[in-house]
Ligand binder design. Structure first.
Ligand code: KIV
Ligand code: ZN
Length: 511
């Protein structure tokens, strides 16, 4: 019998800590539903004590998700744990994940606590969390740089206090695979009650080793891996879920365990997260990059035609690339549209919202003959983005671009309902439209990133644009989609301005 490897997805919590990746409650719900379709075991839905918005998002996810455990993060203090316990009240299966730093540098400089105080507080936190839920996880933050003797003392004590999972984070992505795997082996061997808890790992990718470290830990007995879709996460990100899952599945000759993930949902999950957060996926990214299964060289192409296995260790369709099905067209009716949304696990709550979505679908189908699943996902994401904290709204625009002439753009926007118009020249059509929008908004924000990806193939594909703006240390990502990439660019810029305008105040778990 192969062991189960528990997949703990933290896209909605650690992933959200990427600068600019913060998500609304509705966005979190959509991603959570997709994670449930992917069959992840645990969904870390957020950090309820961060803000009322985060609390509500965790509560909403807990109320909706039935097949995955929903988890809330809490620092090891009474207020955070009570908040997490309350947010998870409606969960079918809920987990509290509490953490406290154990490395000398964090204890001395950040917490200003002695090791004995840390141990005492960790035990107290786990006991309190157990009074809310039977499923409690404890993480000694910065375990990768903690002293092994102290880690053993803390972990033995928290297991005795009721922690059912102990998670070893390499918070700063400092360790290397042999060392990290060895750490897991040592902890499991030296801690007398180690068999009373599931061993988990949470690796950051600062040295590009998050997946390698996680897999090394699995070889030494870890049976839960914390990871994110597309490797999203604080700084260089977390271990990427798709890489961990497919490494374990592809190398069943090597790994002593497997996951229950439905791998055909990986690419749809990747596209959804990328569309919602505005973080594009690099083309050469393993598993989910656009080129991950493309063969460029003639020798490779020839080999694959003769026998696929010559150059392919996985099949594109097994990880969901075939999900790019032609589903609907201009003549498709409301029922077909509704049915496909339901199959994609996209819920639209009101009749009014369904009518609006269907109207947008019809407009898109008039301009693009073939509508794929990705188009539908993007249509819903784009609709939600347009109404998200809607301070500014694009009403209409016109761009003139001609060889030898300076491009010009005209825009009509609503600001809090008031119609405003502007016109601007620019070095290109996108530059002109951004300048026209900026002359109305006057945000003074710095444009840090502008990227365009096509959602599907073909010249009539929708362009998905990401705009990253920075102002006074705050970074936001805006996303927009349209078959006209200048319109998509304008939508993305306005979406980013709306996020800057919303100024959501929230605490960071690790500060
Ligand atoms: O990186 C980290 O240490 C964390 C903990 C909260 C598990 O994200
Ligand atoms: Zn982390």
């Amino acid at each position: 019998m192969t062991d189960s490897l528990i997949i703990f997805d933290t896209t909605l919590r650690d992933g959200e800590q990427s600068p600019g990746a913060s998500m609304t409650r509705e966005e979190k719900i959509r991603i959570a539903r997709q994670l449930e379709m992917l069959r992840v075991d645990v969904i870390e839905a957020g950090f309820p004590a961060a803000s009322n918005g985060d609390f509500e998002a965790v509560r909403a996810v807990a109320g909706i998700i039935k097949d995955s455990i929903v988890c809330g993060l809490a620092r090891a203090n009474e207020k955070d744990i009570i908040r997490a316990g309350d947010a998870l009240r409606g969960a079918n299966a809920g987990r509290i994940h509490t953490f406290l730093a154990t490395s000398p540098i964090h204890m001395e400089k950040k917490l200003r606590m002695s090791p004995d105080q840390v141990l005492e507080q960790a035990v107290k936190a786990v006991k309190l969390a157990r009074s809310y839920r039977d499923d409690v996880e404890f993480s000694p933050e910065d375990a990768g740089r903690s002293e092994v003797d102290f880690l053993c003392r803390v972990l033995e004590a928290v297991i005795a206090a009721g922690a059912t999972t102990v998670n070893i984070p390499d918070t700063v992505g400092y360790t290397v695979p042999e060392q990290f795997g060895g750490l897991i082996r040592t902890l499991r061997e030296r801690i007398p009650n180690s068999d009373k808890a599931v061993w988990s790992v949470h690796c950051h990718n600062d040295l590009g080793l998050a997946v390698a470290n996680s897999l090394a830990a699995v070889m030494h007995g870890a049976r839960q891996v914390e990871c994110t879709i597309n490797g999203l996460g604080e700084r260089a990100g977390n271990a990427s879920l798709e890489e961990v899952v497919m490494a374990v599945r592809t190398r069943q000759d090597f790994f002593p365990c497997d996951t229950r993930i439905d791998a055909t949902q990986i690419v749809p999950a990747s596209k959804l997260v990328s569309g919602i957060t505005g973080f594009p996926v690099q083309p050469n990214k393993a598993i989910v990059g656009a080129n991950a299964f493309a063969h460029e060289s003639g020798i490779h192409q020839d080999g694959v035609i003769k026998s696929r296995e010559t150059y392919e260790i996985m099949r594109a369709e097994d990880v969901g690339w075939s999900a790019n099905k032609l589903v609907l067209g201009k003549l498709s009716g409301r029922n077909a549209f509704k049915k496909r949304l339901a199959e994609l696990n996209i819920q639209i709550d009101s009749e009014e919202a369904m009518n609006a979505a269907f109207a947008r679908f019809k407009t898109l189908a008039d301009r693009k003959s073939e509508i794929f699943d990705e188009d539908l996902q993007m249509l819903i994401t784009d609709e939600a983005a347009a109404h998200d904290n809607e301070h500014y709204r694009l009403l209409s625009m016109m761009v003139h671009s001609e060889t030898g002439e300076t491009p010009t753009a005209r825009v009509v926007m609503a600001e809090e309902g008031d119609e405003k118009r502007a016109e601007s020249p620019g070095s290109g059509p996108v530059d002109a439209i951004f300048k026209a929008i900026e002359s109305i908004a006057g945000s003074g924000a710095e444009l840090q990133l502008f990227s365009v990806n096509s959602i599907t193939s073909g010249t009539d594909a929708q362009g998905e644009v990401t705009v990253r703006l920075q102002k006074e240390g705050r970074i936001v990502n805006g996303a927009g989609a349209d078959v006209d990439i200048v319109v998509a660019s304008a939508k993305a810029y306005i979406n980013a301005l709306n996020k800057l305008h919303a100024k959501l105040e929230r605490a960071h778990p690790q500060v």
